[in-house]
Write a protein that binds this ligand. Structure first.
Ligand code: GDP
Length: 290
């Protein structure tokens, strides 16, 4: 998948296209990565959707810490703002039915509801699982694989059920750029092209985060009885256990840290979340290795 490069012209065009298309739907389905729901939100989604009912889908919940996802579910529930959260795993299909059900709930009371299906549009930043959600909902009717910002004009409506229609092309929005902590989290999750950021430093920070928040996972995965306080020592231990060695038996730090990153992204370290609602300061805001 080619990375999407956002620049101001792109962003205003996308904003315009999505606003236009929003007029044709009843509900906006905002897809987020359950492991970092706040960081994977588009910064202007509230402005874009206005008072249109919105289903907030915490996708990839199979990879996220279930306790933290529960906190996010409470956080996003806002009946007075016509906002409803659901947690799903579009890859395994788990709880997918909650999307159609939630869309209908959001439209309760509308006069047309007994006459026609709810029309919904899926939006979100790259890599949160928009296409996977569309394909899972639509079954054999494949979603157009869009890799351009915004969305095409000739979208088709797919019949998910007699109660729900969705557009076959998702609205691709830009991520938040302003906060480096957000960039780090998205990079760890593999949502930002790797070369954009100093990945080994970010990964080191990710390892520190996991060692603090989920120490037993690190111990189990790398067969460690205790976790050294010093991060470089920890990387060395991981490298030693997993045979990341250069000639002469010297530990290959880069290989060890890459191995950890792969394990993290592939869910080999278990389910984790990178942020909780209402956090004053992110772990990832602290200076990365001085
Ligand atoms: P999009 O850019 O938002 O359309 O994202 P994609 O649908 O292309 O998904 C990005 C990556 O996340 C793909 O590798 C998917 O297989 C994976 N993915 C999507 N949804 C889930 C999910 O619920 N669970 C897991 N484990 N992976 C998912």
């Amino acid at each position: 998948m080619k990375p999407i490069q956002w620049f101001p012209g792109h962003m205003s065009k996308t904003r315009r296209l999505i606003k236009e298309n929003l007029k044709k739907v009843d509900v906006v389905v905002e897809i987020l990565d359950a492991r970092a729901p706040e960081s994977s939100r588009n910064p202007i989604i509230d402005e874009l959707t206005g008072d249109k009912p919105r289903l907030v889908v915490l996708n990839k919940s199979d990879l996220a810490d279930p306790i933290v996802t529960g906190q996010w579910m409470d956080y996003f529930a806002s009946p007075e703002q016509h906002r409803l959260p659901v947690e799903v795993s579009s890859k395994s299909g788990q709880n997918l039915g909650s999307i159609a059900k939630g869309c209908r709930t959001l439209c309760e009371g509308a006069k047309w509801l007994s006459r026609r299906p709810v029309r919904a549009m899926i939006v979100g930043i790259p890599n949160v699982g928009k296409s996977t959600v569309i394909n899972a909902l639509a079954g054999r009717k494949k979603a157009a694989v869009g890799n351009k910002p915004g969305l095409t004009r000739d979208m088709q409506r797919l019949e998910v059920s007699p109660n729900l229609q969705i557009y076959d092309t998702p609205g691709i929005l830009w991520p938040k750029f302003e906060d480096q902590a957000i960039g780090y989290k998205l990079a760890l999750l593999g949502s930002i092209k790797d070369t954009i950021l100093v990945l080994d430093e970010i990964t080191t920070k990710g390892l520190e985060y996991m060692a603090v928040h989920y120490p037993d996972r690190i111990k189990d995965r790398y067969s460690l009885e205790t976790l050294p306080d010093d991060t470089m020592e920890l990387i060395e231990e991981i490298g030693r256990r997993r045979g990341c060695l250069m000639s002469g038996g010297v530990i290959d730090y880069e290989k060890a840290i890459n191995l950890f990153l792969l394990d993290l992204r592939q869910g080999k370290l278990g389910r984790f979340s990178l942020e909780t609602p209402g956090e004053e300061r992110s772990f990832f805001s602290e200076t990365i290795r001085e």
